[in-house]
Design a protein around this ligand. Structure first.
Ligand SMILES: *[C@@H]1O[C@H](CO)[C@@H](O)[C@H](O)[C@H]1NC(C)=O
Length: 427
């Protein structure tokens, strides 16, 4: 098993030399682990449970519960300048399950990184290879570098910090996948299942960093299993003792993906330049170039500072104008309010006038009513008198006519009676 792996590694590197196992940086290469026991030369930790060690794998995050974390860190740092490392892993979970697997080569990893992922780490010094379903990719492997100065947790967009990536749908394959990453004197290369994922000739991770793997699962958890991690090197005697120099960042590109082009990444870039030991600059031309680049960098930074200040100034004057406009409007409204006061007073006076007028009118109407009434009362009295005087004589005449006619009738009767008696005496 070990032999065939070594051969495969050597073949892929297209280097004639054989690779030798670095046993204190490797586990699982014998195909057997001690169930439930510690792994020699490695430290395992987890939240909420310590990862389970089975006979052929370490379960960094279990299928349930979610929101679990697990880590496995080599106790010893890597002492080799060139090496190749394989990690066999398997990730599975429900359809919408999630999480991430991070493979680290970092300074003081177990203390500084612990169980963190690339999304929860602040600063770290070294390399991180991250497998996750980055922005719905369905599976992606990305490489990140940090020299201990970049705080990943405060970066608005850590995706832009990746120096290389490739798509790889790693979930629910059922079989283990193998990620292989290799450092040679002039190249850093990442392969997945024997295919190139990305490589860069600008990256050189110095000795002194520790290998480690961390995994985190989401609410709907992916289980992350690691079958083995194997580190090999061409010459087991070619060790470099001591810790790596501080800020031994590989000359990574700032934003672009890993490529074979070796461009001056500070050309026109206002970002900070890496610190360089003055003693390392020997020739006067190199001195001049370094000074020139630094001055140029300072110039760019000054320019960006001035631009920012002037934009802040512009913003301030715009705000001032806005405020002035608002104040003017408020004043206009206040002026209108003053005029409203005058109007109110006028309305008051008007309503007083109106009520006076109404009272006057009422009095006048009352007076004229009274005078009409008294005038009408006099007319009535006259009228009655007039009627009495006009009608009385007519009644008298009538009575006279009736009485007189009675007398006439009585007289006529008496005459008739006398005439009737007298002819009888003659006959
Ligand atoms: C291995 O490294 C040691 C120490 O650097 C060196 O003396 C030896 O020649 C190297 N062996 C090979 C085969 O390169």
């Amino acid at each position: 098993m070990r032999f065939s792996l070594s051969l495969a590694a050597a073949g892929l590197a297209s280097v004639a030399q054989a690779q030798f196992l670095v046993s204190d940086l490797s586990f699982g290469h014998t195909g057997r682990l001690e169930v439930g026991r510690a792994i020699p030369n490695f430290a395992i930790a987890g939240t909420p449970e310590t990862p389970q060690v089975l006979s052929n794998k370490v379960i960094l995050t279990p299928p349930a519960p979610g929101k679990a974390r697990g880590s496995i860190w080599a106790n010893n740092p890597n002492k080799y300048a060139t090496w190749v490392a394989d990690v066999d892993f398997r990730v599975g979970g429900p359809e919408r399950g999630g999480g991430n697997l991070n493979i680290w080569l970092a300074r003081s990893g177990s203390q500084e990184i612990g169980q963190s992922s690339i999304y929860t780490i602040n600063k770290f010094d070294g390399l991180a290879l991250v497998l996750d379903q980055h922005s719905g990719s369905g599976g992606m492997i990305r490489g990140f570098l940090n020299d201990g100065t970049i705080d990943f947790n405060t970066q608005p967009n850590i995706d832009s910090l990746a120096f290389g990536h490739c798509n790889y749908a790693y979930r629910n394959l059922g079989r283990p996948s193998q990620i292989k990453f290799r450092q040679t004197p002039d190249n850093f290369r990442v392969e997945i299942d024997g295919r190139l994922c990305f490589e860069s000739n600008k990256i050189s991770i110095p000795p002194g960093y520790s290998f480690g793997i961390t995994a985190a699962s989401a609410d709907l958890p992916d289980s992350h299993e690691v079958f083995k991690m194997v580190v090999m090197t061409e010459n087991l005697s070619a060790t470099v003792e001591g810790s790596p120099p501080m800020k031994a960042r590989a000359p990574e590109s700032n934003s672009g993906q890993a490529s074979s082009q070796n461009t001056n990444n500070n050309n026109g870039d206002p970002n900070e330049m890496a610190d360089v030991d003055a003693a390392s600059i020997k020739s006067s031309e190199a001195q001049f170039r370094d000074l020139h680049n630094r001055l140029q960098g300072i110039n760019h930074q000054m320019g960006s500072i001035f631009r920012q200040i002037s934009s802040v100034n512009n913003m301030n004057s715009n705000r001032h104008e806005e405020m002035q406009g608002i104040l003017n409007e408020v004043q206009a409204v206040l002026g209108r309010l003053n005029r409203l006061d005058a109007l109110e007073q006028k309305l008051d006076a008007l309503s007083r006038d109106m009520s006076d007028m109404r009272r006057d009118l009422k009095n006048k109407i009352h007076d004229s009513e009274m005078s009409v009434k008294s005038a009408m009362g006099g007319q009535h009295g006259n009228m009655l008198e007039h009627v009495a005087t006009q009608t009385a004589p007519r009644h008298g005449k009538l009575i006279f006519v009736i009485v007189a006619s009675q007398f006439v009738i009585v007289g006529a009767y008496i005459y008739y009676e006398r005439k009737k008696l007298s002819p009888k005496k003659y006959l």
